[in-house]
Design a protein around this ligand. Structure first.
Ligand code: SF4
Length: 189
């Protein structure tokens, strides 16, 4: 494996809980094996905020809940040959997308913000305003999975996907051996 030229990967966390990035660390000692195959470019793991060069693989955690998420996702699509949606938030919207479906509401986003900042049982907000500083990214009407914003090449399911399936998929993709997932690797526990 170590004789192959190194690939370049990048990762991003959009609307998610960062659990999928933590799951990457669950690869444990095999990370050393993986690091023989890849250099990590833009990523929270390196704290690089911009691409330094084109990447072979981009890994996305989380869906799109605001305009910044959309911008980052387009940036990854432009700069990566292969784009992987990692985890249910990236694939289907996951937990953040629960705000899309507040029952009996004509305006789920408004109701969600009111509950979070104004009317919630444990909220003490003397202004009764929802934060609206121009520096805050504009929220989207709904939370969108990545595939509704850009073309996604592969999806690694799970919440969070286990370290085994992440390692197996990446190492096979990097060595040209990926033929799909083994059935027993797909779990949601
Ligand atoms: S899929 Fe699960 S672990 Fe990953 S970001 Fe979403 S909620 Fe977190």
């Amino acid at each position: 494996m170590s004789e192959l030229p190194k690939a370049r990967i990048a990762t991003a966390s959009l609307a998610g809980c960062f659990g999928c990035h933590m799951a990457i660390l669950d690869i444990d000692e095999r990370l050393l094996e993986l690091m023989k195959l890849v250099d990590v470019d833009r990523s929270p793991l390196t704290d690089k905020k911009r691409f330094t060069q084109r990447c072979d693989i981009g890994i996305i955690e989380g869906g799109c809940c605001n305009e910044e998420n959309v911008h980052v996702l387009h940036d990854f699509r432009r700069n990566c040959d292969v784009l992987i949606a990692l985890g249910q938030c990236a694939i289907m919207g996951g937990l953040p997308a629960m705000r899309n479906a507040i029952m009996h509401s004509d305006a789920p986003l408004r109701e969600c913000l009111d509950e979070a900042f104004v009317t919630g049982r444990y909220i003490r907000n003397t202004t009764h305003n929802v934060p609206n500083d121009p520096a805050l990214p504009l929220l989207l009407d709904e939370v969108y999975p990545c595939s509704q914003v850009v073309e996604i090449d592969y999806q690694i399911p799970g919440c969070a996907p286990g370290g085994d399936i992440i390692f197996d998929t990446l190492s096979k993709l990097l060595t040209g051996k990926f033929r799909g997932f083994e059935r027993e690797m797909i779990r949601f526990d």
